[in-house]
Design a protein around this ligand. Structure first.
Ligand SMILES: [Zn+2]
Length: 218
């Protein structure tokens, strides 16, 4: 993505000071800005150039602008993604509730406000067709995947998401209970191979512990 040079420019009450180095896989830039009232802020390029953020919040007009923008956002595809997450976690009539809210999955307080979820998703490269995953980082950290939050979520393709779901299924074999991915790591095989075998009628024991014959490279 081409970077706009915004340093030194003024947007409403904001004066842009400098770019803030990106963290991790963030796709969008934030700028360090100083408001006319003296407060500092970190504002997304887009929010500056599109006039969505015009001050630290001290400007009364900002409130009106924000509500206008938010109203427009309720038709954004991310809004239905967000509503879906909330429904799975908090609406016991939702068909998926038993796998989410029913198991104690929650949404972090920050994301109960749509604009925060929206900004996070955009910063992290969300596009139509991509999905929000809450399991990959949790598995890496070895903690239960029980929260939708910026720290625990990643943006993935639907393919990765179904693979993650598959791999996070718990299997008990030879007295151990682990995910398929962990068994794969234990025996040094790809989890795809183990999963393929199970889909073709192998028992879990056979699928995991039968060595995979690799063709030797000449
Ligand atoms: Zn201000």
């Amino acid at each position: 993505m081409k970077r706009l040079e915004l340093a030194g420019k003024k947007f409403g009450k904001w004066t842009v000071v400098e770019i803030i180095p990106k963290i991790g896989s963030q796709k969008l830039f934030r700028w360090k800005c100083i408001c006319e009232c003296g407060k500092e802020g970190a504002v997304l390029s887009d929010n500056l150039t599109r006039g969505i953020s015009t001050s630290c919040g001290c400007w009364g007009r900002e409130k009106t602008l924000k509500s206008v923008t938010l109203h427009g956002l309720s038709k954004h595809p991310l809004h239905s993604v967000w509503r879906g997450i909330l429904a799975r976690c908090y609406n016991s009539n939702n068909p998926s509730y038993s796998h989410y809210g029913g198991r104690g999955v929650k949404v972090c307080p920050e994301w109960l406000e749509f604009i925060n979820f929206y900004n996070w998703a955009n910063e992290n490269g969300w596009k139509k067709g991509l999905q929000i995953d809450k399991d990959i980082k949790a598995r890496k950290a070895g903690v239960p995947a029980l929260v939708y939050s910026p720290e625990m979520c990643s943006i993935v393709t639907p393919k990765t998401n179904s693979r993650t779901r598959k791999n996070s299924r718990l299997i008990t074999c030879r007295g151990m209970t682990m995910t398929l991915a962990e068994f794969a790591e234990l025996v040094g095989e790809k989890s795809d191979i183990i999963h393929y075998r199970m889909r073709h009628g192998w028992t879990e024991e056979e699928a995991i512990f039968t060595p995979f014959k690799r063709r030797k490279n000449a």
